[in-house]
Ligand binder design. Structure first.
Ligand code: UD1
Ligand code: CA
Length: 462
């Protein structure tokens, strides 16, 4: 069994968002914790919710059972809210805080194993911190055994020097946990019912209590403010980047590459610095991403290249190239071997295999056929101030530079739209469309204009 504490508001975050929902590498802290707990054990898991209960529940979905702590009277009181659901069970219960996002399933499992093998009533995960400020301290007796935990605010001068801290993760004998909790009081510096007092009470009752010290200090980080949040983010980022590196992804500068927890990347893909990969982004093999690109919920197929670009809710086909400086807005879909060049914006545009939009274009609400070439500066005029309309361009069509396609409009297969044309009606398959003023040349006129300008300047100078 497991109990995850997630009812606090997190005042020290100074945020409108409830603490446990703050993301670390794109995923709420409490989801990191819950995932680790679920991976470590397959029994019932209860999340204690309070502040933002509905929002926390909706983010976690049906991954857990929930118990409501109406008033946040402390971590001990929070655990008590699970008594109605778990109080009658025999066995071991993991209790963990929703603000320790770096705890790993493997660590929880070895802690569980130690706990079960030793027959202790409680096992505390501890860590040794150079700067233990803010954390509860583990107080050991002369024989080295854990006696109790003292919260930072309740520490004596001597206790403040203790560097072994309580990570807030424990294994308990379930029955003994709830029995001891009923005896916890709120006589302390914060006037709260501390879960940590259970340790002293169990010890006094002659039970065995032990510490399990984590090697990886990052796992012990409890996020109470944004300083700790940034630190947790850095550790998580390093961990995720390392996972991708070991999976065969090249990351040129991991310290400058930001990959969220949910992102998948295939082997032999190279990620250049300044790249941010977010949400449900999935990248295939042999791609080159970055430098300086931001991909959110993007699907990128094998061998594609994206440089200095922003891609959101879009799909990029095999061996296609995007950028530099392209902007793919939601609903853009490129087939195989497409080219989107510099300063091109796409929105809700589907481009079939081999289509090219090489420079300075806007293509929105459009269906573009195979091997279509859209020239420099050509745009779809998809919005008349009231409605959005669709542009369709058939396979093999050629759209010249600086063409305006006033939607709704269709350009047929193989049609040819001459540069500078404003297309206002459909162009049939195979036709050429031209709509622009005929040019008039006036022989020798350039010299006349210059002479006239010069004379004017001289008159003004007198
Ligand atoms: C707690 C521990 C401290 C430990 C630290 C590790 C206690 C009394 N102290 O302190 O020994 O070193 O974690 O990070 O347990 N919560 C509730 N209901 C409440 C109060 C808190 O659900 O009434 C939840 C919070 O949402 C949070 C977790 O419990 O996820 C821990 O609470 P927090 O206030 O952050 O405790 P710390 O002061 O960090
Ligand atoms: Ca905390």
């Amino acid at each position: 069994m497991a109990i995850v504490l997630a009812a606090g508001q997190g005042k020290r975050m100074k945020s409108k968002l409830y603490k446990v929902l703050h993301p670390v590498c794109g995923k709420p802290m409490v989801s990191h914790v819950l995932d680790a707990v679920k991976e470590a054990q397959s029994e019932r898991t209860v999340v204690i919710v309070g502040h933002g209960a509905e929002l926390v529940k909706s983010r976690l979905g049906d991954a857990a059972e929930f118990a409501l702590q109406e008033k946040q009277l402390g971590t001990g009181h929070a655990v008590q809210q699970a008594e109605a659901l778990l109080g009658q069970e025999d066995g071991v219960t993991i209790v963990i805080c929703g603000d320790t996002p770096l705890v790993q399933a493997s660590t929880l499992r070895s802690m569980l194993e130690l706990h079960e093998a030793s027959g202790a009533a409680a096992t505390i995960m501890s860590a040794s911190f150079d700067n233990p400020a803010g954390y509860g301290r583990i107080i050991r007796g002369e024989d080295g055994t854990v006696q109790r935990i003292v919260e930072h605010k309740d520490c004596s001068a001597e206790e403040l020097l203790v560097r072994e801290i309580n990570t807030g993760t424990y294994c308990f004998d379930n029955r003994k946990l709830f029995q001891a909790l009923s005896r916890v009081t709120n006589q302390n510096a914060q006037g709260e019912y501390y879960l940590t007092d259970v340790i002293g009470l169990l010890k006094e009752a002659g039970e065995v209590v032990q510490g399990y010290c984590t090697e990886d200090i990052a796992e012990a980080i409890g996020v109470n403010d944004r300083v700790a949040l940034a630190e947790a983010e850095r550790h998580m980022r390093e961990r995720l980047n390392r996972k991708h590196l070991l999976n065969g992804v090249s990351i040129i500068d991991p310290a400058n590459t930001y990959i969220e927890a949910s992102v998948q990347i295939g082997a032999d893909t190279v990620i250049y610095p300044g790249t941010v990969l977010r949400g449900a982004t999935v990248i295939g093999e042999d791609c080159v991403i970055g430098p300086s690109s931001e991909l959110t919920n993007a699907v990128v197929h094998n061998g594609a290249t994206i440089k200095y670009s922003v891609v959101t809710d879009s799909e990029i086909g095999e061996v296609s190239s995007v950028g530099p400086y392209a902007y793919l807005r939601p609903g853009s879909k490129l087939g195989r071997g497409c080219k989107i060049g510099d300063f091109v914006e796409l929105k809700n545009a589907q481009l079939d295999d081999g289509a090219k939009v090489s420079h300075l274009s806007y293509v929105g609400d459009a269906k573009v056929g195979k091997d279509v070439n859209i020239g420099c500066g050509a745009i779809t005029v998809n919005y008349d101030g009231f409605n959005k309309s669709v542009t369709e361009i058939g396979d093999g069509a050629f759209i010249g530079s600086n063409v305006n396609l006033i939607a709704p409009v269709k350009v047929g297969d193989g049609a040819y739209v001459v540069a500078g044309t404003t297309v206002t009606k459909d162009v049939p398959e195979g036709d050429m469309a031209i709509a622009r003023e005929r040019q008039v040349n006036k022989p020798g006129y350039a010299e006349k204009i210059r002479a006239r300008a010069k004379a004017k300047k001289e008159r003004a100078g007198q």
